[in-house]
Design a binder for this molecule. Structure first.
Ligand code: F6P
Length: 323
């Protein structure tokens, strides 16, 4: 293998740049040529492909977003789109690919490999932490820290006014951000897609807190919770519970930006480095992970089909410590 490509795809996450840098610098150190593919699979189809040198990735380690840009590509989901993408890779002499992204990006890589024989390794870049085969995805730690900073501020004003805040965080299908940030902020309750939400139970819990003179309450809701988003939860709670004045905050895309935490920078650096060496060792169609501090490889179909179970222990922790 002489030439590899690197791309970021799907929703961006803090630490993607650190991973790109690691792929480029490791590739060059191993005597490879490294090409950047811009705007994910969209850019691959359009031939937005450029050689990267060591200094192309200078001073990006600490930056949020992705210098390679990213996209969610509908065209790449079609057979014709993938034919055009593979033609571009072949025209540029790219034999191996490192895809930094989430489950949709890895499904794309699997198709590219199966239909066109392009060897692909993946690095899990998503704030959601919803991939199987790694303890943390790139960007998750930073996103949780961002939520914690925001919720701490919300707690100040909630306490001053004796209010209940319903705070919505990202996580269409996964409650990891909600659960971690709930523990770190002492939230009274965390509502996540992995468990069924019973509004009467939530109201009981809030009532018990009020009886014990709690001057504020915070409920963190993952956007994909079965009870709906924060506004819907607030409406349902309001119908039966009026102890506190209720306010809603939707944190939204601010969770995806910002300078990556040290943990994410190190994780991304290890994963990018590991992906290049894996390609050189003949591996393909696998995601690099870090489990118990060791580099691991998980086949794409396994990484994308399952995600780690939400720990009942952590759910209990939220309840016990806020009661
Ligand atoms: O997959 C990451 C994620 O941030 C989800 O948590 C969220 O639901 C989604 O992306 C938002 O996507 P978009 O940026 O396309 O609105």
């Amino acid at each position: 293998m002489k030439r590899i490509g690197v791309m970021t795809s799907g929703g961006d996450s803090p630490g993607m740049n650190a991973c790109v840098r690691a792929v480029v610098r490791t590739g060059l150190a191993r005597g490879l040529e490294v090409y950047g593919i811009f705007r994910g699979y969209e850019g691959m189809i359009a031939g937005e492909i450029e050689p990267l040198k060591a200094n192309s990735v200078s001073n990006i380690l600490q930056k949020g977003g992705t210098v390679l840009k990213t996209a969610r590509s509908e065209a790449f989901k079609t057979v014709e789109g993938r034919v055009r993408a593979a033609e571009q890779l072949k025209m540029h002499g790219i034999e191996g690919l490192v895809v930094i992204g989430g489950d949709g990006s890895f499904r794309g890589a699997m198709a590219l490999e199966a239909e066109h024989g392009i060897r692909c390794m993946g690095c899990p870049g998503t704030i959601d932490n919803d991939l199987y085969g790694t303890d943390n995805t790139i960007g998750y730690d930073t996103a949780v820290n961002t939520v914690v900073q925001a919720v701490d501020k919300i707690r100040d004003t909630a306490n001053s006014h004796d209010r209940l805040f319903i705070v919505e965080v990202m996580g269409r299908d996964a409650g990891f951000i909600a659960l971690r940030s709930g523990i770190a902020t002492g939230a009274e309750a965390v509502l996540i897609p992995e468990t069924v939400t019973y509004i009467p139970e939530l109201i009981d819990l809030l009532e018990r807190g009020w009886q014990r003179n709690k001057s504020s309450a915070i409920v963190i809701v993952a956007e994909g919770d079965d009870a709906g988003g924060a506004y819907q939860v607030a409406e349902k709670v309001k119908e039966k519970f009026n102890r506190y004045d209720i306010r809603v905050t939707v944190l939204g895309h601010l969770q995806r930006g910002g300078s990556p935490s040290a943990l994410d920078r190190i994780l991304a650096s290890r994963m990018g480095h590991g992906a290049v060496d894996a390609l050189l060792a003949g591996r393909t169609s696998e995601m690099v992970g870090v489990v118990n501090n060791n580099i691991t490889y998980t086949p794409f179909d396994k990484a994308t089909k399952h995600h780690m179970e939400v720990s009942p222990y952590l759910l209990e922790l939220v309840q016990v410590l806020s009661s």
